[in-house]
Design a protein around this ligand. Structure first.
Ligand SMILES: Cc1ncc(COP(=O)(O)O)c(C=O)c1O
Length: 403
């Protein structure tokens, strides 16, 4: 008898209680073979290389082959920041990467990424010096000129940067009506190299037009003064669909690269054919029949109206599966979709299988994948969780498998 996890899993069919102590059981058997990845009960995230490649090509076609600054913030939207950069870097359509956290930018260089990295997030002077040393471009919107002079005096190197103008989002960026002064100051400093100028839309279709007008106005007045603003950029995934007049020199999408429509209504247009490149999967750990009147979940959130089979899955909100999934999301097992019932707890959820025992322990459950009906947008539509939450909240500790 081979002592693989799959064997223990089969034993679990007969002795379900043993399943809760797989490690102890493994320890009791000698010799123990290393658990194969395929039989682990831990949930995992899959990243689909081919779909990523397809999405990048689709975006490139849509933007008439302008370069793509890929937003890979928040752990690469769940894929793993270094994983995604390594997968995307060889594609010629990819100009570079944008992240928010300083440590993400540093980790990309440590992972050997060579294309430009734009740091959208905050930094202090020491971070800035470290960023410059690693060829990481800071996004600037405060009077940093004196710090740039000090750093350049030490390194004798120019400091390339992008300027962020706030045209109405009110988050980061120099307010558009004060931008000219900052840009003139930076442009006048010897070490500063304005490599780019950017803005972010609020994604309110009417107000976006006003934001674009403000951005165009400030940029053209500065350019008339002879100030070079570098590559201008504004287009996130939303703008890829809505604002072709804002594609500028490079585009800056995140979600579309991962093959997910940021707004459900975009699915029903033919603007971009996006194929999800992220899936969340796990194996069924337990199957049982509830009798009529039995309950499931904390606070007895679910009551069986009739005898019914249910399956327990080892995925909960601590893994990134939203609590709201219990309000209508479905999980695909063996090709069929089953509703999440009761409540999503930290490490588990339960799906209703029906009157027949159609699934068994060890079957693969797809929480979201690239198939119609179980795409992230389908989960989002069914239970109200945003596709950004579904991807970005994936626990960074879950194993990532690149297919
Ligand atoms: C400044 C900035 N640009 C671009 C993006 C990409 O947005 P999306 O994932 O909607 O394409 C983001 C993400 O929120 C962002 O913060």
């Amino acid at each position: 008898m081979k002592h693989s996890r799959r064997v223990f899993l089969e034993a679990g069919l007969v002795l379900p209680a043993v399943l809760n102590s797989v490690t102890e059981l493994a320890a009791a058997q000698t010799p123990v073979t290393a658990p194969s990845k395929d039989s682990s009960f831990d949930p995992w995230v899959e990243i689909h290389r081919e779909n990523l490649r397809h999405n990048v090509q689709e975006i490139s076609r849509r933007v008439s082959f302008r370069p793509i600054l890929a937003v890979i913030k928040n752990n690469g939207y769940g894929t793993g920041v270094a994983n995604i950069a390594q997968l995307l870097e060889p594609q010629s359509e990819i100009f570079g990467f944008a992240v928010v956290k300083f440590h993400e930018a540093v980790s990309l260089r440590d992972a050997g990424i060579r294309k430009p990295i734009l740091l959208l997030g905050p930094f202090d002077e020491q971070n800035l010096a470290d960023a410059v040393a690693r060829d990481i471009l800071p996004m600037v919107y405060t009077p940093l000129g004196p710090a740039l002079d000090r750093i350049a005096a030490r390194t004798q190197k120019p400091v390339p940067l992008h300027i962020c103008i706030d045209t109405g989002i009110g988050r980061v960026g120099v307010p558009y009506h004060q931008a000219a002064r900052l840009v003139r100051d930076l442009a006048s400093r010897k070490p500063a190299r304005i490599a780019g100028t950017m803005m972010t839309f609020t994604e309110d279709p009417d107000f976006d037009k006003e934001q674009l007008r403000r951005f165009n106005e400030i940029c053209s007045s500065l350019e008339k003064e002879g100030i070079a603003l570098g590559k201008k950029h504004a287009a996130s995934s939303f703008a890829l669909f809505q604002h072709p007049d804002a594609f500028f020199d490079i585009v800056r999408p995140g979600m579309a690269i991962y093959g997910i429509y940021s707004e459900n209504e975009f699915r029903h247009t033919s603007v971009l054919d996006l194929r999800p490149a992220i899936s969340l999967k796990a194996r069924v750990i337990y199957v049982k029949k509830l009798r009529k009147g039995d309950s499931a979940g904390y606070n007895r959130a679910y009551m069986a109206k009739d005898d019914v089979w249910v399956a327990t899955l080892p995925v909960g909100h601590a893994d990134g599966w939203p609590r709201t999934a219990a309000k209508g999301a479905k999980v695909r097992i063996n090709g069929d979709l089953y509703p999440v019932i009761a409540s999503v707890s930290a490490s588990h959820c339960i799906v209703e299988i029906g009157s027949e025992e159609k699934v068994k322990i060890g079957d693969t459950a797809n929480f979201f994948d690239s198939q119609p009906g179980s795409r992230p947008e389908d989960v989002s539509e069914s239970c109200g969780a945003s596709v950004y939450d579904l991807t970005m909240h994936l626990n960074p500790l879950l194993p990532r498998r690149i297919l």
